[in-house]
Design a protein around this ligand. Structure first.
Ligand SMILES: [Zn+2]
Length: 58
């Protein structure tokens, strides 16, 4: 199972980043690092929950 998250799915339309991982925990870790490094956003629980609603299984 591979999970995929796209910044564009949460409204960051100028970011073409696609993050993939084998588990939700791994995915969230990568997304959190990307959000911090690229968007200077610290994920809180609300953002995590929202992000998870957009995650697709690929
Ligand atoms: Zn991004």
């Amino acid at each position: 199972m591979t999970l995929e998250f796209r910044c564009s799915a949460v409204g960051v339309t100028d970011c073409k980043s696609v993050t993939k991982a084998d588990s939700a925990e791994e995915l969230l870790g990568k997304v959190a690092a990307h959000a911090r490094d690229v968007h200077e956003v610290e994920l809180n629980q609300t953002l995590i929950n929202y992000a998870l609603t957009t995650v697709k299984e690929v």
